[in-house]
Write a protein that binds this ligand. Structure first.
Ligand code: B3K
Ligand code: ZN
Length: 865
């Protein structure tokens, strides 16, 4: 591992095409956990002058030859990261022979062992840990793979594409060959070998092609793959119907692995998944699990067109595949479930994660100009803001032009490694608009702030809107230019409808704020009362909206709203203002008018329980935090809890009524049932917020009788905040019941770390089931504590920071990418009140002195800078 203090930066402006093409490659693996031999043949063709430079890390080179002639020591140079042959012919076959040690690979990048089986992860730079190769996305090759292994231990041998020859060898070994006819970059290579159970199905594409589908899981778990399979078929169908894109191979396989650094990976024809996003059964998975499986299976499948067939020219273009594919998976979920509910959930994630990132020292543009460590570029900004930009584009140019542009993109860029400019050229063609200003969104970090001022002229029946935008300074970007901000707008009549504004269709329009300031005057019918302004409907642009509305005005607006997103958002604004007031006035009781209005809104929407449930969720600390300087997470948490308790008391009889009804039986992970359970769990949560011994005993009774994981976990979560016997019993019963199911035990850890003190987090990290080598388990304690329990993580005594600092230092030795990810929890440290701020600085400074991995150093250096 390379250790440096200042990570070397890679710059977009230095991009140069690779001077060779490798049209065809043959890989031959002889699989042994501690010494796997990899022989690679590549057919190389020169495209431009230059030496042949291949990437390679941690490889033991056994031999190298060109056109069958072994090279001598003087013919090539090997250092820690590359192999260089200064002089090569214009067309030749290069053969390399290396040995790697998958068993020793704790970083989980390259070829490694999880639960005794081989699996691989190559994005972004794992392939260079398998063989010497130009490990960059713009080199696309056809791969033929052969592997042999012990047949008893590894009966199933999988790679990309479709299977060809198989057979037995001597010594109990066997082999299999796989052929992938689609040229692909090395990051999409995959190999899995081991003993699995398989859930099989088939799919016939819109072109009539037959596809064999398989989901490979732990022995005895096949049935738990059923939902993932249903999600896969739904994804295949949706991409055909929505984007006219069909699958292009006869086989599509998914393999679930327990040790995985993130959610899943879209390798061509062989997706590899974190088992958390594959395995589900009614008793052990929550509705949120079922929903996440559906969305992630969709996401990885959709990459087949947006990512695999059209890939990225370089890693700076990562949002080209990720932002677009997140947009596609959000649309998929909206079509399968509820569009408004999906929108609200997506905006919650955006605000909690991306707005926070954009406001701190790790802020970067959706397409950065430079990076220190590629693993650290898989951020909320690239993924989630990247998706928002596509959504904003659809609003700006309209659905028709967007759909047309997507088809141009698929047709023109199929089989290429492309750029954001290529992508936008398609929408310029489709819409006839110049989108160069829109592309500024990709180059500027920071969340734009839009201020709206209204002036009502009663005599002339006109409403004048003064709109202005500014984007705050971010690291290395002091000044920003205005970006085009498409604001869906309507004028509300206060009676559940819209005012007929002149020139607007159905009282709605899209205002494109392209300049720093803009004034829009709207004429409404003479004699109309003052209309109410509904703006940024459906959250049409990823901005912070500033309006000078007091509580009465916001309540009036919430009552008049016709956009479900804005109804929810009005209550979020109301709750936020109230929490800040409670923080500043600790003696004052929560505002009754607000609490009643919120409870009424929940009741009025009970027929759409998934939506009503979201109304009960108060803005979380991570979001409140961003609007305070300095921020006091513990104070915010206390104020938020007071408001929540007041809501719980107001809704006590509603909760009783709703929870007295039985939960839907038999369990099905349908949107309808999930909606009912969402409302029930919201009521369970509010019951917990009362914090009384009576609440604890009724929660314990619900916990004991719960027939599904969603409610059982909700009861456990609610009980954890009420110390006493019911709580302790629930914690131990839950553990005893599920101790053999690691995914459920991850939840058990997370629910405690997410609400406990630093001491609790430390104790959990010393539990015999805590396992530093399993990323899910590490996240269930460390990420749950540092990323969802901000009051305890940023407690003034500094203990929360120290617990995480210690875990990070230990993990970094095994798995630098995971350590770096956990370190991002410190990103807001400069905004903390002085005591917590000082302790965060000490922990970060100590970590810097500890000379961590390059991944971790990149985060520490930027955080401290
Ligand atoms: N493309 C992968 C993420 C790879 C992360 C590498 N550090 C999963 C996804 O976004 O679909
Ligand atoms: Zn993705």
């Amino acid at each position: 591992m390379m250790r440096t203090d200042t990570p070397v930066s890679v710059k977009l402006e230095n991009y140069t095409p690779y001077p060779f093409a490798i049209e065809q490659a043959e890989l031959d693996f002889s699989l042994e956990p501690e010494a796997t031999r990899v022989r690679t043949k590549m057919m190389v063709k020169r495209l431009a002058p230059g030496a042949l430079v291949l990437d390679g890390v941690g490889l033991t080179l056994n031999g190298i030859s060109i056109d069958g002639q072994p090279l001598g020591d003087g013919d090539y140079k090997v250092d820690e990261e590359t192999l260089t042959i200064a002089s090569v012919p214009d067309t030749f076959e290069l053969e390399t022979d290396v040995t790697i040690n998958p068993k020793a690979n704790t970083a989980l990048s390259g070829l490694y062992i999880s639960a005794g089986r081989f699996c691989s992860q190559c994005e972004a730079t794992g392939f260079r840990r398998i063989t010497y190769w130009p490990d960059r996305p713009d080199v696309m090759s056809r791969f033929h793979v052969r592997m042999d292994a012990d047949k008893a231990k590894y009966p199933i041998l999988l790679s990309n594409g479709t299977p060809s020859k198989t057979g037995d060898l001597s010594d109990g070994r066997h082999f299999a060959e796989w052929d992938d006819p689609h040229p692909k970059p090395s990051y999409l290579f995959a190999l899995c070998a081991g003993d699995y159970d398989v859930w099989r199905d088939t799919f016939t594409t819109m072109n009539g092609d037959h596809v064999d589908l398989g989901v490979y899981v732990d022995k005895g778990q096949a049935k738990r793959a059923e939902w993932a399979m249903e999600s896969l078929k739904a994804s295949m169908k949706w991409d055909e119907e929505r984007f006219g894109r069909a699958y292009d191979l006869g086989v599509f396989n998914i393999v679930a692995v327990r040790d995985f650094n993130f959610g899943a990976m879209e390798n061509k024809g062989l997706n590899i998944f974190n088992s958390a996003y594959v395995l589900a059964s009614p008793d052990s998975a929550t509705d949120a699990d079922f929903e996440a499986i559906e969305s992630i299976v969709g996401h990885e499948y959709f990459h087949n067109w947006t990512g695999n067939r059209i890939t990225c020219r370089d890693w700076f273009q990562l949002c080209l595949k990720e932002g677009l594919t997140v947009f596609r998976d959000q649309e998929f979920s909206s079509d399968l479930r509820s569009r408004p509910v999906q929108r609200i959930k997506d905006v919650m994630t955006l605000r909690a994660r991306q707005f926070a990132e954009d406001a701190g020292p790790l802020a970067h543009p959706v397409r950065p100009q430079a990076y220190g460590s590629i693993d650290n570029l898989y951020t909320a900004t690239v993924y989630v803001k990247g998706a928002e930009l596509i959504r904003a584009l659809t609003v700006l140019i309209g659905d028709d032009a967007f759909n047309k542009g997507m088809q141009i993109y698929f047709d023109e860029f199929d089989g290429t490694a492309s750029t954001i400019e290529d992508f936008y050229s398609c929408f310029e063609k489709a819409s006839g608009k110049d989108l160069s200003q829109f592309r500024l969104w990709y180059a500027q970090a920071g969340t734009p702030e839009v201020t709206v001022e209204e002036a009502w002229d009663e005599t002339n029946a006109t409403l004048t809107l003064k709109l202005s935008q500014t984007t705050p300074a971010t690291p290395e970007q002091d000044t920003k230019k205005p970006v085009p901000i498409p604001l869906r707008t309507a004028l509300l009549d206060g009676k559940g409808g819209h005012v007929a504004a002149e020139g607007w269709e159905n009282g709605e329009t899209v205002i494109a704020l392209e300049e720093a300031e803009k004034t829009v005057t709207v004429k409404v019918p003479d004699g109309s009362p003052r209309p109410l302004l509904s703006i940024n409907r459906e959250f049409s642009a990823p901005i912070r909206l500033k309006r000078d509305l007091d509580q009465a005005a916001l309540l009036e607006l919430a009552a008049a709203e016709t956009d479900p997103f804005n109804i929810w958002d009005s209550f979020q604004s109301l709750a936020k203002a109230e929490i800040f007031r409670l923080l500043d006035e600790p003696q004052s009781p929560p505002d009754e008018a607000l609490v009643t209005a919120l409870a009424d809104a929940v009741r009025q929407n009970e027929q759409d329980p998934a939506f009503a449930a979201l109304l009960t969720v108060l803005p979380d600390i991570g979001e409140l935090f961003q609007e305070r300087d300095p921020a006091d997470p513990a104070g915010l948490d206390a104020a938020r809890k007071r408001l929540r308790k007041a809501l719980a008391e107001e809704m006590a009889s509603d909760a009783e009524r709703i929870l007295a009804k039985p939960s839907p039986e038999p369990f099905a992970p349908t949107p309808d049932q999930a909606g009912t359970r969402a409302m029930r769990t919201a009521m369970i949560g509010l019951t917990g917020a009362k914090g009384t011994p009576e609440a604890a005993s009724s929660l314990k009774a619900l916990f004991d009788g719960a027939s599904n994981m969603t409610e059982s976990l909700a009861c456990l979560r609610a009980l954890i905040s009420i110390p006493g016997k019911p709580r302790d019993e629930a914690i131990s019963t839950f553990y005893e019941t599920w101790k053999d199911n690691p995914l459920v035990i991850d939840k058990w850890f997370a629910v405690q770390a997410g609400q406990g003190t630093a001491d609790d987090a430390r104790r959990l990290s010393q539990h015999p089931d805590f396992d530093l080598s399993n990323p899910n388990r590490v996240r269930s304690v460390a990420a749950a504590f540092a990323m969802t329990n901000l009051a305890a993580f940023h407690a003034p005594d500094g203990d929360g920071h120290r617990v995480i600092g210690d875990i990070v230092a230990r993990i970094d030795k095994l798995n630098p990418a995971l350590a770096a990810r956990l370190l991002t929890s410190f990103e807001q440290w400069k905004k903390l009140e002085p005591k917590a701020r000082a302790s965060a600085e000490t922990v970060l400074t100590d970590l810097r002195a500890a000379r961590l991995s390059q991944n971790a150093m990149d985060i520490v250096a930027r955080a401290l800078d």
